[in-house]
Design a protein around this ligand. Structure first.
Ligand SMILES: *[C@@H]1O[C@H](CO)[C@@H](O)[C@H](O)[C@H]1NC(C)=O
Ligand SMILES: *[C@@H]1O[C@H](CO)[C@@H](O)[C@H](O)[C@H]1NC(C)=O
Ligand SMILES: *[C@@H]1O[C@H](CO)[C@@H](O)[C@H](O)[C@H]1NC(C)=O
Ligand SMILES: *[C@@H]1O[C@H](CO)[C@@H](O)[C@H](O)[C@H]1NC(C)=O
Ligand SMILES: *[C@@H]1O[C@H](CO)[C@@H](O)[C@H](O)[C@H]1NC(C)=O
Length: 166
């Protein structure tokens, strides 16, 4: 990771293009308070609306905390058994690619001090033009958005890890 600065610039550029292309939102958990103990993340989540293709990002002191995606049991009990994923970079961007309820906790104790957040991700609303034409026609826009997201994620990954396509 000695040459990570140019890669970081490319990563930020790619992220910017991604957002410009699909209008996705990056929801920074806890806003400027980040991912830390003693914050009620239910209040934070209630203040945001999440759509498929949005990102949720966690900013924290790496080594001290982390992020696990768990199921409802893990969220309720602060356990990481059967975790779906885990992140440790200190600045983790997680793509919310499904319309469902997601659960994230801190996996090394912080959960017991409130470091848990649950968010409901909504399907993308249909563009107005499709709604005018016919209310029940499925729009192609979400598919296009998802494809763009996947392409950008693949490019970013290959830039970041320098190991070709995922
Ligand atoms: C966080 O706020 C919500 C909504 O006011 C409340 O129901 C919940 O008990 C609070 N959680 C904690 C851990 O204080
Ligand atoms: C909710 O969002 C508004 C507008 O962005 C902000 O001013 C307010 O502080 C937020 N409240 C919480 C609990 O995050
Ligand atoms: C989760 O905790 C509740 C009580 O807090 C307990 O009844 C339940 O068995 C626990 N579930 C698991 C899977 O540990
Ligand atoms: C969550 O995962 C654990 C471990 O795989 C499992 O025992 C538990 O039943 C799951 N809970 C739910 C609500 O799916
Ligand atoms: C974290 O995720 C990696 C795969 O991405 C997995 O190999 C590892 O076991 C996970 N760690 C824990 C503590 O679950």
């Amino acid at each position: 990771m000695s040459s990570s600065a140019p890669r970081l610039i490319l990563l930020l550029l790619a992220a910017f293009i991604l957002f410009a292309a699909v209008g996705a939102t990056d929801h920074i958990v806890g806003a400027n308070r980040g991912w830390n103990p003693g914050i009620n993340y239910t209040l934070w989540a209630n203040n945001h609306t999440f759509y498929v293709g949005d990102l949720i990002s966690f900013r924290y002191q790496k080594m001290q905390y982390n992020v696990f995606e768990v199921n409802q049991t893990g969220y309720d009990n602060c356990t990481t058994e059967g975790a779906v994923g885990n992140w440790t970079s200190g600045k983790d961007f997680i793509l919310l690619d499904k319309a469902k309820r997601y659960y994230f906790i801190c996996g090394n104790g912080g959960c017991f001090n409130g470091m848990k957040v649950s968010v409901v991700v909504h399907p993308l609303p249909s563009p107005p033009s499709a709604a005018v034409a016919t209310t029940h026609t499925k729009s192609a826009a979400p598919v296009v958005a998802t494809t763009v997201v996947k392409a950008v994620v693949a490019v970013v990954s290959s830039i970041w890890f320098g190991s070709g396509w995922i």
